[in-house]
Design a protein around this ligand. Sequence first.
Ligand SMILES: [Zn+2]
Ligand SMILES: [Zn+2]
Length: 374
Amino acid sequence: MIKCFIITQILCVMAVGLTAQEANHSHALGTSMQFPNIPGYLTLKCDFHQHTVFSDGEVWPSIRVREALMDNLDAISLTEHLEYQPHLGDIPHKDRNRSYQIALREAKDHALIIVRGSEITRAMPPGHSNAIFIEDANKLLFNDYKDAFKEANKQQAFVFWNHSYETPKNDNISFLYDANKQLMDSNLVHGIEIVNTHTYSKEALQIAYDRNLTLMGTSDVHGLIDWDYKNGPQGHRPITLVFSKDRTQENIKVALFDHRTIVHYDNTLIGRDSLLIPLINACLNVKKAFYEPKSLVLSVLIENKSSCDFILQNLSEYSLIESTDIIEIKGNESITLHFRTKEKINKLNWLFTVLNAVNAPNSHLSMNKLISIN
Ligand SMILES: [Zn+2]
Ligand SMILES: [Zn+2]
Protein backbone atom coordinates (compact mmCIF):
# COMPACT_ATOMS: atom_id res chain seq x y z
CA MET A 1 0.00 0.00 0.00
CA ILE A 2 2.76 2.42 1.00
CA LYS A 3 4.75 1.47 -2.12
CA CYS A 4 1.71 2.11 -4.34
CA PHE A 5 1.20 5.49 -2.68
CA ILE A 6 4.81 6.51 -3.36
CA ILE A 7 4.64 5.37 -6.98
CA THR A 8 1.35 7.26 -7.43
CA GLN A 9 2.94 10.39 -5.94
CA ILE A 10 5.91 10.16 -8.33
CA LEU A 11 3.63 9.68 -11.32
CA CYS A 12 1.50 12.67 -10.20
CA VAL A 13 4.60 14.88 -10.10
CA MET A 14 5.46 13.60 -13.56
CA ALA A 15 1.98 14.31 -14.90
CA VAL A 16 1.32 17.65 -13.17
CA GLY A 17 4.75 19.20 -12.72
CA LEU A 18 6.23 18.51 -16.13
CA THR A 19 5.01 18.67 -19.70
CA ALA A 20 5.27 15.43 -21.69
CA GLN A 21 8.32 16.84 -23.46
CA GLU A 22 10.04 17.70 -20.19
CA ALA A 23 9.15 14.33 -18.69
CA ASN A 24 10.85 12.67 -21.66
CA HIS A 25 14.07 14.47 -20.90
CA SER A 26 14.01 14.16 -17.13
CA HIS A 27 16.85 12.13 -15.64
CA ALA A 28 15.31 11.65 -12.25
CA LEU A 29 12.48 9.22 -12.99
CA GLY A 30 13.31 5.63 -12.14
CA THR A 31 15.38 3.95 -14.83
CA SER A 32 14.01 6.36 -17.45
CA MET A 33 15.44 5.48 -20.87
CA GLN A 34 15.83 7.95 -23.73
CA PHE A 35 16.70 7.56 -27.40
CA PRO A 36 16.34 10.18 -30.14
CA ASN A 37 14.30 9.59 -33.29
CA ILE A 38 16.08 8.78 -36.56
CA PRO A 39 15.36 10.26 -40.01
CA GLY A 40 11.93 9.02 -41.14
CA TYR A 41 11.08 7.09 -37.98
CA LEU A 42 10.19 7.50 -34.33
CA THR A 43 12.35 5.48 -31.94
CA LEU A 44 9.91 3.64 -29.66
CA LYS A 45 11.06 1.85 -26.52
CA CYS A 46 9.16 -1.41 -26.12
CA ASP A 47 9.04 -4.45 -23.84
CA PHE A 48 6.85 -7.11 -25.41
CA HIS A 49 7.38 -9.96 -22.94
CA GLN A 50 6.13 -9.62 -19.35
CA HIS A 51 4.07 -11.61 -16.86
CA THR A 52 1.60 -10.82 -14.09
CA VAL A 53 -0.41 -12.86 -11.58
CA PHE A 54 -2.63 -13.84 -14.53
CA SER A 55 0.04 -16.44 -15.32
CA ASP A 56 3.18 -17.03 -13.20
CA GLY A 57 4.11 -13.41 -12.50
CA GLU A 58 3.98 -11.88 -9.03
CA VAL A 59 2.32 -8.50 -9.62
CA TRP A 60 -1.03 -7.09 -10.71
CA PRO A 61 -1.13 -5.77 -14.33
CA SER A 62 -1.43 -2.11 -13.23
CA ILE A 63 2.06 -2.34 -11.67
CA ARG A 64 3.49 -3.29 -15.09
CA VAL A 65 2.00 -0.09 -16.50
CA ARG A 66 3.51 2.04 -13.74
CA GLU A 67 6.92 0.40 -14.14
CA ALA A 68 6.79 1.08 -17.89
CA LEU A 69 5.97 4.75 -17.22
CA MET A 70 8.90 4.96 -14.80
CA ASP A 71 11.18 3.52 -17.49
CA ASN A 72 9.80 5.94 -20.10
CA LEU A 73 8.63 3.11 -22.37
CA ASP A 74 6.32 3.67 -25.34
CA ALA A 75 4.71 0.22 -25.67
CA ILE A 76 4.39 -2.97 -23.63
CA SER A 77 2.67 -6.33 -23.87
CA LEU A 78 1.63 -8.58 -20.99
CA THR A 79 2.19 -12.03 -22.44
CA GLU A 80 0.68 -14.49 -19.99
CA HIS A 81 1.42 -18.17 -20.45
CA LEU A 82 -1.55 -19.81 -22.14
CA GLU A 83 -0.72 -23.28 -20.81
CA TYR A 84 0.81 -22.43 -17.41
CA GLN A 85 -1.48 -20.82 -14.84
CA PRO A 86 -0.12 -21.55 -11.36
CA HIS A 87 -2.19 -18.83 -9.59
CA LEU A 88 -5.52 -20.03 -10.99
CA GLY A 89 -6.62 -21.38 -7.59
CA ASP A 90 -6.20 -17.95 -5.98
CA ILE A 91 -7.13 -15.82 -8.99
CA PRO A 92 -9.66 -17.74 -11.06
CA HIS A 93 -10.31 -16.21 -14.48
CA LYS A 94 -11.88 -17.66 -17.57
CA ASP A 95 -10.96 -14.82 -19.86
CA ARG A 96 -7.29 -14.92 -20.92
CA ASN A 97 -7.51 -11.27 -21.98
CA ARG A 98 -7.98 -9.99 -18.40
CA SER A 99 -4.43 -8.79 -17.77
CA TYR A 100 -4.51 -6.85 -21.07
CA GLN A 101 -7.85 -5.26 -20.15
CA ILE A 102 -6.66 -4.20 -16.67
CA ALA A 103 -3.41 -2.74 -18.09
CA LEU A 104 -5.38 -0.88 -20.77
CA ARG A 105 -7.59 0.72 -18.13
CA GLU A 106 -4.54 1.70 -16.03
CA ALA A 107 -2.82 3.28 -19.06
CA LYS A 108 -5.82 5.23 -20.31
CA ASP A 109 -4.52 8.67 -19.24
CA HIS A 110 -1.00 8.02 -20.55
CA ALA A 111 0.65 7.75 -23.94
CA LEU A 112 1.81 4.20 -23.15
CA ILE A 113 0.59 1.71 -25.77
CA ILE A 114 -0.72 -1.64 -24.49
CA VAL A 115 -0.42 -4.44 -27.04
CA ARG A 116 -2.50 -7.57 -26.55
CA GLY A 117 -0.33 -10.68 -26.38
CA SER A 118 0.08 -14.21 -25.04
CA GLU A 119 2.89 -16.72 -24.61
CA ILE A 120 2.39 -20.05 -26.38
CA THR A 121 4.15 -22.22 -23.80
CA ARG A 122 5.33 -25.62 -25.06
CA ALA A 123 8.26 -27.88 -24.28
CA MET A 124 11.31 -27.46 -26.53
CA PRO A 125 10.96 -27.97 -29.42
CA PRO A 126 9.27 -25.69 -30.40
CA GLY A 127 9.67 -24.05 -26.94
CA HIS A 128 7.96 -20.82 -25.94
CA SER A 129 6.80 -18.14 -28.37
CA ASN A 130 5.01 -14.85 -27.94
CA ALA A 131 2.12 -13.84 -30.15
CA ILE A 132 1.49 -10.09 -29.95
CA PHE A 133 -1.15 -7.91 -31.62
CA ILE A 134 -3.61 -10.80 -31.21
CA GLU A 135 -7.36 -10.18 -31.14
CA ASP A 136 -8.42 -12.77 -28.56
CA ALA A 137 -6.13 -14.84 -26.31
CA ASN A 138 -8.89 -17.36 -25.52
CA LYS A 139 -8.92 -18.58 -29.11
CA LEU A 140 -5.24 -19.62 -28.91
CA LEU A 141 -5.89 -22.58 -26.60
CA PHE A 142 -5.29 -25.81 -28.53
CA ASN A 143 -3.84 -29.25 -27.82
CA ASP A 144 -1.57 -29.15 -30.86
CA TYR A 145 0.91 -26.25 -30.82
CA LYS A 146 0.68 -25.93 -34.62
CA ASP A 147 -2.98 -24.94 -34.29
CA ALA A 148 -2.05 -22.22 -31.78
CA PHE A 149 0.54 -20.76 -34.21
CA LYS A 150 -1.96 -20.94 -37.08
CA GLU A 151 -4.66 -19.19 -35.04
CA ALA A 152 -2.22 -16.46 -33.93
CA ASN A 153 -1.35 -15.85 -37.56
CA LYS A 154 -5.02 -15.92 -38.52
CA GLN A 155 -5.40 -13.07 -36.01
CA GLN A 156 -2.52 -11.36 -37.88
CA ALA A 157 -0.25 -11.52 -34.85
CA PHE A 158 3.49 -10.89 -34.87
CA VAL A 159 5.04 -14.08 -33.43
CA PHE A 160 8.54 -14.43 -31.98
CA TRP A 161 10.50 -17.33 -30.50
CA ASN A 162 11.42 -16.82 -26.83
CA HIS A 163 14.61 -17.78 -24.96
CA SER A 164 15.60 -20.25 -27.69
CA TYR A 165 18.75 -21.16 -25.74
CA GLU A 166 16.66 -23.06 -23.13
CA THR A 167 17.31 -26.42 -24.73
CA PRO A 168 16.80 -29.92 -23.24
CA LYS A 169 20.62 -30.25 -23.25
CA ASN A 170 20.93 -27.33 -20.80
CA ASP A 171 23.90 -26.00 -22.76
CA ASN A 172 22.44 -22.51 -23.20
CA ILE A 173 23.08 -22.69 -26.96
CA SER A 174 20.18 -21.81 -29.25
CA PHE A 175 19.52 -24.55 -31.74
CA LEU A 176 17.11 -24.61 -34.64
CA TYR A 177 15.09 -27.83 -34.32
CA ASP A 178 13.02 -29.20 -37.19
CA ALA A 179 9.85 -28.04 -35.40
CA ASN A 180 11.20 -24.46 -35.34
CA LYS A 181 12.37 -24.66 -38.95
CA GLN A 182 8.92 -25.80 -40.03
CA LEU A 183 7.22 -22.91 -38.21
CA MET A 184 9.65 -20.47 -39.86
CA ASP A 185 9.35 -22.08 -43.29
CA SER A 186 5.57 -21.73 -43.00
CA ASN A 187 6.05 -18.05 -42.10
CA LEU A 188 4.28 -18.60 -38.76
CA VAL A 189 7.22 -17.16 -36.74
CA HIS A 190 8.59 -13.71 -37.55
CA GLY A 191 11.07 -12.79 -34.83
CA ILE A 192 13.42 -14.24 -32.23
CA GLU A 193 14.60 -13.05 -28.83
CA ILE A 194 18.33 -12.49 -28.97
CA VAL A 195 18.08 -11.17 -25.43
CA ASN A 196 15.75 -12.40 -22.68
CA THR A 197 16.08 -11.34 -19.02
CA HIS A 198 19.83 -11.54 -18.24
CA THR A 199 20.86 -13.61 -21.27
CA TYR A 200 22.26 -12.56 -24.64
CA SER A 201 22.47 -15.35 -27.23
CA LYS A 202 24.85 -14.86 -30.13
CA GLU A 203 23.55 -18.12 -31.60
CA ALA A 204 20.05 -16.64 -31.59
CA LEU A 205 21.44 -13.54 -33.34
CA GLN A 206 22.96 -15.79 -36.00
CA ILE A 207 19.63 -17.64 -36.41
CA ALA A 208 17.91 -14.26 -36.82
CA TYR A 209 20.29 -13.31 -39.64
CA ASP A 210 20.19 -16.76 -41.29
CA ARG A 211 16.38 -16.88 -41.27
CA ASN A 212 15.76 -13.14 -41.79
CA LEU A 213 13.91 -12.71 -38.48
CA THR A 214 13.24 -9.58 -36.42
CA LEU A 215 15.58 -9.06 -33.44
CA MET A 216 13.78 -8.90 -30.10
CA GLY A 217 14.99 -8.08 -26.57
CA THR A 218 12.65 -8.42 -23.61
CA SER A 219 12.61 -8.40 -19.81
CA ASP A 220 10.32 -11.47 -19.43
CA VAL A 221 9.80 -9.97 -15.98
CA HIS A 222 7.90 -11.99 -13.37
CA GLY A 223 8.79 -10.02 -10.20
CA LEU A 224 9.62 -6.32 -10.06
CA ILE A 225 11.57 -4.44 -12.76
CA ASP A 226 13.48 -2.39 -10.17
CA TRP A 227 14.40 -5.48 -8.18
CA ASP A 228 15.55 -7.50 -11.20
CA TYR A 229 17.25 -4.78 -13.21
CA LYS A 230 17.77 -1.41 -11.54
CA ASN A 231 19.80 -2.96 -8.72
CA GLY A 232 21.49 -5.47 -11.02
CA PRO A 233 24.66 -5.06 -13.06
CA GLN A 234 22.76 -4.04 -16.18
CA GLY A 235 20.97 -1.11 -14.58
CA HIS A 236 18.05 -1.24 -17.00
CA ARG A 237 15.66 -3.83 -18.42
CA PRO A 238 16.31 -5.19 -21.92
CA ILE A 239 14.09 -3.44 -24.44
CA THR A 240 13.40 -3.53 -28.15
CA LEU A 241 13.76 -0.21 -29.94
CA VAL A 242 11.15 -0.17 -32.71
CA PHE A 243 11.54 2.32 -35.57
CA SER A 244 7.99 3.22 -36.47
CA LYS A 245 6.42 5.80 -38.78
CA ASP A 246 4.14 6.90 -35.92
CA ARG A 247 2.88 5.88 -32.49
CA THR A 248 0.03 3.67 -33.72
CA GLN A 249 -0.18 -0.07 -33.02
CA GLU A 250 -0.68 -0.60 -36.74
CA ASN A 251 2.66 0.95 -37.69
CA ILE A 252 4.55 -0.59 -34.77
CA LYS A 253 3.40 -3.95 -36.14
CA VAL A 254 4.46 -2.95 -39.68
CA ALA A 255 7.89 -2.00 -38.29
CA LEU A 256 8.25 -5.37 -36.53
CA PHE A 257 7.37 -7.30 -39.69
CA ASP A 258 9.86 -5.09 -41.55
CA HIS A 259 12.70 -6.01 -39.08
CA ARG A 260 13.02 -2.39 -37.95
CA THR A 261 14.37 -3.07 -34.43
CA ILE A 262 17.48 -2.71 -32.30
CA VAL A 263 17.86 -4.49 -28.98
CA HIS A 264 19.09 -2.40 -26.05
CA TYR A 265 20.62 -4.65 -23.41
CA ASP A 266 23.29 -4.16 -20.74
CA ASN A 267 24.15 -0.68 -22.06
CA THR A 268 24.71 -2.22 -25.51
CA LEU A 269 22.89 -1.80 -28.82
CA ILE A 270 22.48 -4.94 -30.92
CA GLY A 271 21.15 -4.77 -34.45
CA ARG A 272 21.63 -4.38 -38.16
CA ASP A 273 24.02 -1.71 -39.52
CA SER A 274 21.19 -0.05 -41.47
CA LEU A 275 19.56 1.01 -38.18
CA LEU A 276 22.54 1.17 -35.81
CA ILE A 277 24.26 3.83 -37.94
CA PRO A 278 21.37 6.33 -38.06
CA LEU A 279 20.56 5.73 -34.38
CA ILE A 280 24.11 6.28 -33.17
CA ASN A 281 24.44 9.28 -35.47
CA ALA A 282 21.33 10.75 -33.83
CA CYS A 283 22.54 9.88 -30.33
CA LEU A 284 26.02 11.45 -30.76
CA ASN A 285 25.34 15.00 -31.82
CA VAL A 286 28.32 17.21 -32.69
CA LYS A 287 27.46 20.63 -31.25
CA LYS A 288 30.66 22.44 -32.15
CA ALA A 289 34.02 21.75 -33.79
CA PHE A 290 36.62 24.51 -33.70
CA TYR A 291 40.22 25.59 -33.14
CA GLU A 292 41.13 27.86 -30.25
CA PRO A 293 43.08 30.92 -31.52
CA LYS A 294 46.68 30.07 -32.42
CA SER A 295 46.10 26.38 -31.72
CA LEU A 296 46.47 23.33 -33.95
CA VAL A 297 44.39 21.20 -31.61
CA LEU A 298 40.86 20.53 -32.85
CA SER A 299 38.11 20.70 -30.19
CA VAL A 300 34.95 18.69 -30.91
CA LEU A 301 32.00 19.07 -28.52
CA ILE A 302 29.74 16.03 -28.65
CA GLU A 303 26.49 15.64 -26.74
CA ASN A 304 25.00 12.20 -26.09
CA LYS A 305 21.24 12.53 -26.63
CA SER A 306 20.49 9.06 -25.27
CA SER A 307 20.56 7.37 -21.88
CA CYS A 308 23.07 4.82 -23.20
CA ASP A 309 26.75 5.31 -22.29
CA PHE A 310 28.78 4.94 -25.49
CA ILE A 311 32.23 3.37 -25.55
CA LEU A 312 34.09 4.32 -28.71
CA GLN A 313 37.44 3.44 -30.19
CA ASN A 314 39.06 6.23 -32.17
CA LEU A 315 40.19 4.93 -35.56
CA SER A 316 41.11 8.29 -37.08
CA GLU A 317 44.65 9.16 -38.09
CA TYR A 318 44.58 11.89 -35.42
CA SER A 319 45.27 10.92 -31.84
CA LEU A 320 43.43 12.34 -28.85
CA ILE A 321 45.00 14.35 -26.05
CA GLU A 322 43.15 13.35 -22.88
CA SER A 323 42.19 9.81 -23.90
CA THR A 324 43.85 6.75 -25.28
CA ASP A 325 42.01 5.43 -28.32
CA ILE A 326 39.09 4.49 -26.03
CA ILE A 327 36.50 7.19 -25.24
CA GLU A 328 33.43 6.94 -23.05
CA ILE A 329 30.54 9.33 -23.62
CA LYS A 330 28.07 8.99 -20.75
CA GLY A 331 24.32 9.00 -21.34
CA ASN A 332 22.77 12.49 -21.42
CA GLU A 333 26.19 14.11 -21.03
CA SER A 334 28.55 16.07 -23.28
CA ILE A 335 32.26 15.67 -23.86
CA THR A 336 34.90 17.73 -25.66
CA LEU A 337 37.47 15.70 -27.58
CA HIS A 338 40.81 17.25 -28.54
CA PHE A 339 42.41 15.88 -31.72
CA ARG A 340 46.03 16.53 -32.70
CA THR A 341 45.47 17.45 -36.36
CA LYS A 342 49.02 18.82 -36.93
CA GLU A 343 47.56 21.49 -39.26
CA LYS A 344 44.17 23.21 -39.52
CA ILE A 345 41.58 21.14 -41.39
CA ASN A 346 38.09 22.21 -42.60
CA LYS A 347 36.34 18.96 -41.99
CA LEU A 348 36.99 15.70 -40.24
CA ASN A 349 35.65 12.39 -41.46
CA TRP A 350 35.86 10.78 -38.07
CA LEU A 351 36.11 6.99 -38.13
CA PHE A 352 35.41 5.06 -34.95
CA THR A 353 34.23 1.71 -33.62
CA VAL A 354 31.31 1.62 -31.21
CA LEU A 355 32.49 -1.06 -28.82
CA ASN A 356 29.04 -1.38 -27.24
CA ALA A 357 27.22 -1.76 -30.56
CA VAL A 358 27.01 -5.34 -31.82
CA ASN A 359 26.08 -5.80 -35.49
CA ALA A 360 26.75 -9.56 -35.75
CA PRO A 361 28.06 -12.29 -33.43
CA ASN A 362 31.46 -11.12 -32.07
CA SER A 363 31.42 -8.02 -34.28
CA HIS A 364 31.22 -4.35 -33.36
CA LEU A 365 30.00 -1.53 -35.55
CA SER A 366 32.54 0.77 -37.16
CA MET A 367 31.18 3.98 -38.64
CA ASN A 368 32.20 7.46 -39.65
CA LYS A 369 30.84 10.89 -38.86
CA LEU A 370 31.48 13.87 -41.09
CA ILE A 371 32.28 16.89 -38.91
CA SER A 372 32.43 20.41 -40.33
CA ILE A 373 34.80 22.74 -38.53
CA ASN A 374 33.91 26.41 -38.04
ZN1 LIG B 1 8.86 -18.47 -21.67
ZN1 LIG C 1 7.66 -15.51 -20.46
